[in-house]
Design a protein around this ligand. Structure first.
Ligand code: HAX
Length: 425
């Protein structure tokens, strides 16, 4: 048995028992109220989801299992997956065991390559990625075990199996999608000695002789892995998973949410916006030019991509991590310099607009320019990299939900007329 499964077997059943008792004892306790504003405002702030992998306090940003993301940016994504699941970082032996387990599961079924090859050439890379996950559903060990008849207490272990199978395969799939759409269409074999993120970079086939790109990729995959339970992709995934749909369905569905421009697709919009400013002003713009361009964007009814957040009310610490990486690895890059300058200008502009609750940058404002620097210039593809990372968090959340025996998600909806009636409007 893998060391990860052994560890989870020690902790998850006890946690599940504890929470079952907690919910039973305090089931009637009131913890909040819901306003009309919240019902009509995307349910912001309503405390109705349980997520133990991470939390996002509005004034701090991402905290994974009690540790702020800024303190663990040097960790590998595999270590973060272990942390999300268990609450502690793996020791060297545990990490090596997880990495070798993943290596043993890397082979992607031939039909996945065939389906990618058959899809229309202009399919969005996210469509190719999510379709690849979906068609692999027939491999689900959970689905098979469920139809054979298993106990509820065993659900999480089969979900863990699916998670490890998927995590092991997604870098190869994502890399092939890149090569198919933007390079020579040939697959690069996995490197059996490289860590998860470095292997992904190698399979993309882009230049990384100094190894910086791999470091940046690992930083990105670590930082984007999870963002508590209520973000669109995780919430959609947890709703799907609550029906006991297996992890292939769950991930594919959740990541379809990530493909939206207000969520994961924003990273592509951000870089597009940065490059537009550079094109308009013939290079890195001045602060005055950027301010004007920001106003032009707002006055034309568009949002400034990369700024604002549904929950955060401070600069996203992941934005800061990427900005620091840019200052370290590519300070002379004009695109990076523009991103740095935009950070000086945009918050000041957005602060003058009262309806905007958060004028500060989110994670997507600084990540794309790093990919661009390393030659990954096709921004349509950026959400796929986000997805590779988010597979870690959604998988961890789904395994834990199964272990806790979380029920079917089913909030109450009402016709708008009933809301009006309820408040006497
Ligand atoms: N530019 C212009 N207007 C903005 C804005 C921005 N960057 N951020 C918020 N607003 C506007 C909203 O559109 C909204 O206007 P309306 O009332 O006219 O609809 C108003 O300010 C209030 O919005 P909010 O409460 O501050 O923010 P929301 O929770 O509604 O939305 C968003 C959060 C991230 C969707 C929003 O800030 C936005 O559209 N930002 C730009 C796109 C972006 O960067 N998305 C990536 C988010 C990070 C992420 O999830 N990545 O996966």
């Amino acid at each position: 048995m893998s060391l990860l499964k052994e560890k989870l077997q020690q902790i998850l059943p006890a946690q599940a028992e504890d929470l079952k008792n907690f919910a039973k004892e305090y089931g009637e306790k009131v913890i909040g109220e819901v306003t009309i504003g919240q019902a009509f405002g995307g349910m912001r702030g309503i405390k109705g989801l349980v997520c133990d992998t991470s939390e996002v306090p509005a004034d701090k940003g991402l905290i994974i299992r009690g540790t702020p993301i800024s303190e663990i940016t040097d960790k590998l994504p595999e270590e973060i997956f272990w942390l999300l699941l268990t609450g502690t970082l793996p020791n060297a032996e545990e990490l090596a065991d997880l990495q070798s387990d993943l290596k043993s599961r890397e082979d992607v079924p031939q039909y996945v390559w065939d389906v990618i090859d058959t899809m229309p050439a202009d399919s969005h890379p996210m469509t190719l990625f999510n379709t690849s996950l979906l068609i692999m559903q027939r491999e689900s060990k959970f689905a098979k075990a469920y139809s054979d008849g298993i106990k509820k207490s065993e659900y999480w272990a089969y979900t863990l199996e699916d998670a490890l199978d998927i995590i092991a395969k997604v870098p190869s799939i994502a890399a092939y999608i890149y090569r198919k759409k933007y390079a020579d269409g040939k697959r690069i074999a996995t490197d059996k000695t490289a860590d998860w993120g470095t292997n992904y970079v190698k399979m993309l086939g882009l230049e990384d002789s100094k190894g910086d790109f791999s470091k940046v990729m690992n930083l990105y995959l670590t930082c984007l892995s999870d963002h508590e339970g209520g973000n669109v992709s995780s919430f959609a995934a947890s709703t799907i998973g609550s029906a006991l749909s297996d992890l292939y369905y769950t991930l594919s569905g959740g990541l379809n949410g990530l493909a939206g421009p207000l969520h994961g697709l924003a990273v592509q919009e951000c870089l597009k916006w940065i490059l537009e400013t550079m094109e308009k002003f013939g290079g890195t713009p001045s602060l005055e030019e950027l301010e004007k361009f920001t106003w032009d964007t707002l006055n034309s009814g568009q949002v400034v991509p990369g700024y604002g957040h549904a929950v955060l009310r401070v600069t996203d610490p992941r934005f800061t991590a990427f900005l620091e990486a840019g200052r370290k690895y590519c300070p002379e890059d004009p695109v990076f310099q523009t991103v740095d300058k935009v950070f000086e200008v945009v918050p000041k502009v957005l602060q003058t607009i009262s309806k905007i609750n958060n004028p500060w940058p989110n994670v997507d404002a600084s990540s794309g320019c790093l990919f661009y620097h390393y030659g990954l210039k096709e921004f349509d593809y950026y959400t796929v990299i986000f997805s590779v990372s988010r597979v870690l968090g959604i998988s961890a959340q789904t395994i834990i939900n199964r272990a806790y025996g979380m029920p079917l998600t089913r909030p109450k909806s009402m016709p708008s007329a009933k809301f009006k009636k309820e408040v006497g409007a």
